[in-house]
Design a protein around this ligand. Sequence first.
Ligand code: ADP
Ligand code: MG
Length: 457
Amino acid sequence: MSDFSQWPLRAELLEALASQHMTVPTPIQQAALSDILAGRDVLAQAKTGSGKTLAFALGLLQGLKAPSGVQALVLCPTRELADQVTQAIRKVAVRLPNVKVSAFYGGIPVRVHVESLVHEPAIVVGTPGRILELIETGALKLEAMTRLVLDEADRMLDMGFEPAIQAIRSALPANYQTLLFSATFPEAVRALSKSYQRDPLEILLDTDTRSEHIEQLFFEVPGNRKNDALLQLLGQLQPAQALVFCNTKIDCQNVEQHLAKAGFDVCALHGDLEQRDRDEAMVRFQNGSVRVLVATDVAARGLDVSDLPLVFSYELAHQADVHVHRVGRTGRAGKDGRALALVAPSEMGRVQAIEQQMGLTARWQRLDLSSIKLAPLKADWKTVVIDAGRKDKLRPGDILGALTAKQQIDGKSVGKIALFDTRSYVALHKSAAEKALQLLRQDKIKGRSFRVRLLSP
Ligand code: ADP
Ligand code: MG
């Protein structure tokens, strides 16, 4: 059998999966679920997008006992990932009555979190720093905890969270199941597993990044010609979208500015941006109103895009496993992908490590930079932002209704709608964007007027 009913899952979980059209387990789910359900420690490495969240979410939800405090703790490296994991767990828990799943991370007053913990959630998701803070203030009690998940363990280690995780562990009861998930498998993750897990089932599914449908190419380019090389390649290839990785925030900013000046619909995503700007960059890339996103590895972690035809290394990553992770962002779900790297002579030493890690020989291609042909990537979509969101009880249907009620805008011209607490983002086909602004301003949404504007470009 190759569907979820092969496991003794609660009917409510099977129904939720079926209603979300998740009928066939992904390879990591197939490999891990039996042991997760049996309560065994599991160490699982599989690339981003392989379905690790659902693998542990099912384990946590299946194991919930009648109300008895916090029963599971999930640690994630970033706020965005904590939010994503929380949403994913809630989605599969919809048919279970009264399962509270809460997310906790920095950037929000501790007081708010302390208040929310008065009614204890069954599952807590959060970043190590904030979770530790909540344990230390006594607001978060974990005596009843039976499961710990370390999600994106490699990234948490990169971000220096190990001491916080260690401190959290010392506040946990004696016996619990530890599930450790990682997109890559460096020595540090193995060491973490060794000290945190007992006889874990090890699952390593690294082979996908070498698969046939990802074409990986390397270009030797002098450091001062990289911007030209990027313009040239993006113009030649005309990918629907591209994610460009930089090693530094400064590079991110410079590359974004360079592409914007050349007429590209582009955004940057890095840790120096305000949270709001990061949200916006992700939303605009996800809804197609931006064709190129220039990001640091850490910031791009929170980005959930399943269909990315092209990733670019503006500079090679310093560590081979980070490179593997970049490549793994393309060619998902059997689709074709391309991973291109611009390599300055000073970066040559890193190529060998990548070849070793990926078990391949780098394919080098020549790039003619004698004349640069400009063909900027322009988006067919624009993003309208409404200064109202979930807290205003706004739902996607309300926005769609306000836009299409008078039949001046066709439903097909309305793209993704993303709701945040106090803002909403609507993708509109460029031919309908001005009209949409007009409608939203004149006719109001659910009888109320909110500030509405178009994001540039
Ligand atoms: P990872 O944590 O491994 O990077 P995620 O857990 O975020 O990946 O899953 C990536 C995407 O795949 C999500 O959008 C999720 O809803 C989807 N997904 C997971 N499992 C299945 C499944 N069995 N069938 C269909 N889609 C799935
Ligand atoms: Mg994940």
